[in-house]
Write a protein that binds this ligand. Structure first.
Ligand SMILES: [Zn+2]
Length: 204
């Protein structure tokens, strides 16, 4: 564990070091299934394997979310909601730190996110969390799914946010623990290809 006091919000450098040490962040030359190239590859579940690390990250994100008056007003009758597998360990950690009273998550079927059929979320205030926001597409579809369930998103939080991700969250405040400048290139424009560095194929 890199950060001795979980009471503090770790710096970007400390979060980056933690992700690097656990293998959750790799730097090099990577090709995604889309054919795009990048110099950074994130596998957040590798950081969340260790309880101590997961706790540091989740507590820090919770401290950011606590800055939001709407979050404080909604607690404890509030749900922490995750899109799918990657966000679930974040939801459990944030719930514990914020003392919110429930957690639920969506499941992806035929390219769309759904909640369990008999979930009653009408009128519920929700904090939407995920491990990593790369394009923002998952967040925007989750806002839609939550609103269609009759619930309200009061805040959004993620451990990592790619600065290039522009998404429309309306007036909902968004907090990220680590802002990352990770560029994606078509191979023809990839600066790493130009240096002749071999690339590694990865899955999203
Ligand atoms: Zn390349």
């Amino acid at each position: 564990m890199l950060v001795p006091k979980v009471q503090l919000i770790p710096s970007s450098e400390q979060v980056t070091d933690l992700l690097r040490e656990t293998g959750a962040l790799r730097e090099g030359h990577f090709e995604f299934p889309t054919g795009q190239h990048t110099g950074h590859y994130f596998q957040m579940p590798l950081a969340m394997r260790y309880h101590g690390n997961a706790r540091v990250l989740n507590v820090a994100l919770s401290r950011l979310l606590r800055r939001e008056p709407e979050v404080l007003a909604a607690l404890p009758k509030c749900a922490i909601v995750a899109p799918a597998a990657g966000g679930i360990p974040v939801a459990f950690g944030v719930r514990e730190a914020l003392n919110a009273d429930q957690i639920f998550w969506a499941e992806k079927d035929e390219g769309r996110y759904h909640f369990r059929q008999y979930l009653d979320a009408k009128g519920l205030k929700c904090i939407l969390v995920d491990d990593l926001v790369r394009s923002g597409k998952v967040i925007t579809s989750m806002i839609d799914v939550i609103q269609k369930a009759g619930a309200e998103v009061v805040a959004i939080g993620s451990l990592v946010h790619f600065k290039d991700a522009h998404f429309d969250a309306g007036n909902v405040p968004y907090y990220a623990l680590l802002e990352v400048e990770a560029r994606f290139y078509q191979p023809a424009e990839c600066p790493l290809c130009k240096t002749g560095q071999p690339f590694e194929k990865v899955w999203a």
